[in-house]
Design a binder for this molecule. Structure first.
Ligand code: NAP
Length: 238
């Protein structure tokens, strides 16, 4: 399906990005995964079956992003799944510095990557942004997440027209079991997943492979652009 196509997966060393890189490689793509940690990238390469390369990149560094895409050269699809710590918390308690850091470590990284990748993307290619359920529903305590992810989503709608015929889509995961929650103890994490997942129509949190299947669809479906795909266990219905 993706034979002879090159896909860059930013954040491809962990969680949903790694699951997506694995899925795309299984579909025949040559994947290039990028993130900051060489150790994580090497561990990820070891579990990707298919053609894969890795390159260290901090996507908050504009000049490094420019050089990264210059080195990659022409390619087909850009998948953006990288993010640093989000700014959780009630609106009146959010620290400005935490929200600034969240914008830096997600919005600005996505902005730099899309901007410097665009000249190298083939005309039948695509960009896939990953946002998050907070931007798709009004959940108290997630205004900071909604702001960062909503900014990405609105930018992406415009890009779907401005960069056409390159397709631009948005994947919106709900709560998914990934290393993003490894700052909790195993016990805390289990309780958190049970509580949050139990409130969802599907009764559980998501798995990275379920997001990877959705990403494969958005990357490969030539008639889909400017779309938001919610893969959130029905979370936006609350
Ligand atoms: N997990 C969830 O419940 C959830 C829900 C909704 C939305 N999301 C979104 O889904 C996406 C994937 O999340 P995940 O849970 O799979 O996260 P994850 O497992 O923590 O992986 C994050 C990835 O981003 C990379 N990264 C972080 N900062 C970076 C930087 N400055 N430059 C380049 N790469 C960077 C990390 O690698 P390095 O550390 O090596 O840089 C890692 O590969 C994110 O955009 C996240 O906001 C997650």
């Amino acid at each position: 399906m993706l034979t002879e196509q090159k896909v860059v997966v930013i954040g491809g060393s962990s969680g949903m990005g790694l699951a997506t890189a694995r899925r795309l490689a299984r579909a025949g793509a040559h994947v290039v995964i990028a993130s900051r940690s060489e150790d994580k990238l090497n561990a990820a390469l070891a579990v990707i079956e298919g053609k894969a390369d890795a390159k260290a990149l901090d996507f908050t560094d504009e000049e490094a992003v420019r050089r990264f895409f210059e080195a990659v050269g022409p390619f087909d699809h850009l998948v953006l799944m990288g993010a640093g710590l989000p700014a959780w918390g009630k609106f009146r308690e959010i620290q400005t510095s935490a929200l600034e850091s969240a914008f830096k470590n997600k919005f600005w990284g996505c902005f730099f990557c899309a901007k410097y990748a665009a000249p190298y993307l083939r005309k039948n290619g695509s960009i896939l942004f990953t946002i998050g359920g907070a931007a798709r529903s009004a959940i108290p305590g997630t205004a900071g997440l909604a702001a960062v992810n909503g900014a990405i989503m609105c930018m992406a709608f415009t890009l779907a027209k401005e960069l056409a015929p390159i397709r631009v889509n948005i994947l919106s995961p709900g709560l998914v079991d990934t290393p993003a929650y490894d700052w909790m103890s195993a016990e805390e994490k289990q309780g958190f997943y049970q509580q949050m997942g139990g409130n969802l129509p599907v009764g559980r949190v998501g798995k990275p492979d379920e997001i990877a299947e959705a990403a494969l669809y958005l990357v490969t479906n030539g008639y889909t652009t400017g779309a938001v795909l919610d893969v959130d266990g029905g979370g936006r219905l609350h």
